[in-house]
Design a protein around this ligand. Structure first.
Ligand SMILES: [Zn+2]
Ligand SMILES: [Zn+2]
Length: 234
């Protein structure tokens, strides 16, 4: 990442520090949509073997989540174009014509080796945002902004805790996490108390969004990777 891109990231991150959602998830959601739109833009039947199509073919396709997100944005031609290379690759597996006895193992290999390019790009961006966040939080003014918002989701707090440089910041982030979760819980409890009129007319925006804020806090944005069964972050 060059210095100009780094400054742009830093400015974007500062803007979302005090939002009622995880700042890293917030930027990644926008990036994910931009990336998918970029792929849709490269899926015209007339484009031929673009760099993107070759990359997608080498990656064995998108992951389940991103194939479906792509399909929602793209039309029938784009979906066809971005799928035919994968179908072609599978049809070329030796013995797939019914005469081979190792086909299932080869198919499993193909599926195991899906390296979704959208996931890969987002992972790089996520890593850059976490690094930038740590640098921003060295300044008191940014710490105060961060304290006003909902703060990092649990998956991103875990990811950040894996970094050696996070050490001095962890205490602050965990303390904030506890206060931020307490606020979300209080908003959710209040929402329940104000279920019926006339109290329902006094529901605040944060109370109405408390359920979604709680879900985002617990699992991150839609599609966010969390800990796997062996507690490895992937
Ligand atoms: Zn997050
Ligand atoms: Zn993916």
């Amino acid at each position: 990442m060059n210095a100009k891109e780094k400054r742009a990231d830093s400015a974007r991150l500062k803007e979302v520090l005090s939002r009622n959602e995880c700042p890293v998830c917030s930027l990644l959601s926008d990036d994910e949509f931009d990336l998918l739109c970029h792929w849709v833009g490269k899926s015209g039947p007339e484009d031929g073997a673009t760099e993107e199509r070759i990359r997608l073919s080498d990656s064995n396709g998108f992951c389940n989540y991103h194939f479906w997100r792509f399909a929602k944005i793209s039309g029938m031609y784009g979906n066809a174009v971005m799928s035919i290379d994968q179908i072609g690759k599978i049809l070329n597996i030796p013995g797939f014509n019914g005469k081979g006895n190792n086909v299932i193992a080869l198919l499993k290999d193909h599926i195991k080796n899906v390296r979704c390019p959208v996931c890969a790009d987002l992972k790089d961006m996520e890593s850059a945002y976490l690094e930038e966040l740590m640098s921003l939080l060295n300044e008191e003014e940014n710490k105060m902004k961060y304290a006003q918002g909902d703060g990092l989701c649990l998956p991103h707090l875990m990811l950040l805790s894996e970094r050696k440089e996070a050490g001095p910041l962890l205490q602050f982030l965990i303390e904030r996490e506890s206060v931020q979760m307490g606020k979300i819980k209080a908003d959710a409890v209040n929402l329940g108390k104000k279920r019926n009129p006339p109290l329902s007319w006094e529901q605040t925006r944060n109370e109405k969004r408390s359920g979604l804020r709680a879900i985002k806090k617990l699992v991150g944005r839609q599609g966010q990777k969390i800990l796997d069964k062996t507690n490895q972050i992937f």
